[in-house]
Design a protein around this ligand. Structure first.
Ligand code: AMP
Length: 114
């Protein structure tokens, strides 16, 4: 929270200040449906810790990657039609990142575009 001037949209979702369709939640991660889906299954795997991007990681942040991969594994085992999936992280504005709270796209099913 407190190192930032304002909370990210994802922190507001985590704190239940704005609505989202929450698909899974652990101590470390929340999973929501992407509001503008690029596939028939399009979730966002979001660390509850508000880290801007991978470039901003400190040593103790690398474990977030483990929690994110573990959640992708769980989703693939539990969501019908998500046995095979794509993961994407846009890290930095130059790579297309729009929400500056780290998140990993989980895409499966029918892909609407690349
Ligand atoms: P990017 O930062 O490039 O990974 O893109 C951010 C993603 O977050 C986009 O796919 C948006 O559709 C999605 N998004 C933005 N705001 C929300 C929201 N309030 N609820 C769900 N998904 C969102």
């Amino acid at each position: 929270c407190c190192m930032h001037m304002s909370q990210s949209v994802f922190s507001k979702i985590i704190n239940r200040e704005i609505p989202a369709t929450i698909m899974a939640e652990t101590d470390h991660i929340i999973v929501i449906k992407d509001i503008n889906p690029k596939a028939s299954i399009h979730f966002l795997i979001i660390p509850k810790k508000e880290v801007r991007d991978i470039q901003s990681f400190e040593q103790h942040d690398f474990e977030l990657g483990l929690h994110m991969f573990a959640m992708a594994h769980y989703l693939s085992k539990t969501v019908p039609g998500a046995e095979d999936f794509r993961l994407q992280i846009n890290s930095g504005a130059g790579a297309g990142q729009e929400v500056f709270h780290l998140h990993m796209h989980f895409l499966a099913g029918t892909f609407f575009s690349i």
